[in-house]
Design a protein around this ligand. Structure first.
Ligand code: NAD
Length: 317
């Protein structure tokens, strides 16, 4: 029996075609005015905010399948209240892609890639030695959150650059963190210790504004901070102020509190900030892997089995 699958955001053709081969698909172009919306049994979604009102229009909805890891755009309690499963597709190529994205930003900031590029293009060759460039090799790398993506980042920095790794993750025991090759630290200690900090936590009530003016003030003056997790975890005005005053060495930011950020965003004017448009995880392999993983979750639910990444098991009997 074909199901009605509403794919809210564009996904890789490998997954889209696999879903469309078996089911009736509502595409992002057809949108929420499509007359088949009430028949929807599966939603596939990336980062679009999912309104409760849209879920309420779908009495037959079985599952919301998140393409990716972060689920802060999905009203999970509302879905749970209606008996709708929510599953995500973390790990695999997506974790390695985001970790590579985080290390790319780390290196871009430490090596001041933006400013060096401008020196060449703007015929300012004589200024090339005025800027201090720093190493990742042998650096102290502090990870905030020590889940899948942070552990990939730790492996790249440790094995590839001989970096010392520390992690702050209050949900894990010190033994778990040590077993995965990092030194457990409290947040304040890690902020003062690290040369490069990378954030890998979900956006929740406990992580919103986790890094504000006080925390940035604990970093040493050459240290850099990278955020590929979610906007809203670093206080953006406080970060801009720390960068403007050169109280920290630089920042690499892939995610913003409001996306796209407004044209007058304070980070845009700062040379020691390297920015990217929420694409740390958007590589070809990662997009293909996540799209196929979404198709797998649909198949699993239709087979009457429990998806391995089910986030609200309380909906099951
Ligand atoms: P994960 O669940 O494997 O790891 C998250 C870790 O954060 C867990 O170990 C958890 O214990 C820890 N944590 C939770 N609350 C914390 C807190 N208050 N302080 C410190 N640690 C805390 O998730 P993951 O797959 O590593 O993904 C992490 C996040 O990365 C996602 O939630 C998502 O928001 C983001 N992400 C971004 C992109 C991108 O393209 N930029 C792509 C994928 C994921």
């Amino acid at each position: 029996m074909p199901e009605t699958v509403y794919i809210l955001d564009p996904i890789h053709p490998a997954g889209a075609e696999r879903i469309a081969a078996a089911h009736d698909v509502i595409t992002p172009q057809q949108g929420a005015s499509d007359p088949r919306i009430p028949d929807t049994t599966f939603i596939v979604i990336r980062t679009t905010e999912l309104p409760e009102a849209l879920i309420a229009r779908m009495p037959r909805l079985k599952a919301i399948v998140k393409h990716g890891a972060g689920v802060d755009n999905i009203p999970i309690p509302f879905a749970t209240g209606r008996g709708v499963m929510v599953a995500n597709t973390p790990g695999g190529n997506n974790s390695t892609a985001v970790a590579e994205g985080a290390v790319t930003l780390m290196l871009a900031v430490l090596r001041r890639v933006r400013e060096m590029d401008a020196v060449v293009r703007e015929d300012r060759w004589d200024e090339r030695w005025k800027t201090r460039l720093s190493d990742l090799t042998g650096a102290k790398v502090g990870l905030i959150g020590f889940g899948r993506i942070a552990r990939c980042t730790a492996r790249i920095c440790g094995a590839g650059f001989g970096a010392e790794i520390a992690a702050y993750d209050p949900m894990l025991s010190d033994e778990d963190i040590r077993a995965a090759g990092a030194t457990p630290m409290k947040l304040e200690e890690l902020l003062g210790w690290a040369d490069a900090i990378s954030i890998h936590v979900p956006l929740t009530e406990s992580t919103r504004n986790l890094i504000g003016a006080r925390e940035l003030g604990l970093m040493h003056s050459g240290a850099v901070i990278v955020n590929t997790s979610r906007g809203g975890i670093i206080d953006e005005p406080a970060l801009a102020e720390a960068l403007r005053a050169e109280r920290i060495g630089g920042a690499g930011i892939d995610v913003f509190e409001h996306e796209p950020p407004p044209a007058d965003h304070p980070l845009f004017a700062l040379p020691n900030a390297v920015l990217s448009p929420h694409v740390a995880g958007v590589t070809e392999a990662s997009m293909k892997g996540m799209a196929l993983a979404c198709a797998e979750v649909i198949d699993t639910v239709l087979a009457g089995e429990r998806p391995a990444t089910l986030l609200n098991p309380e909906v099951l009997p």
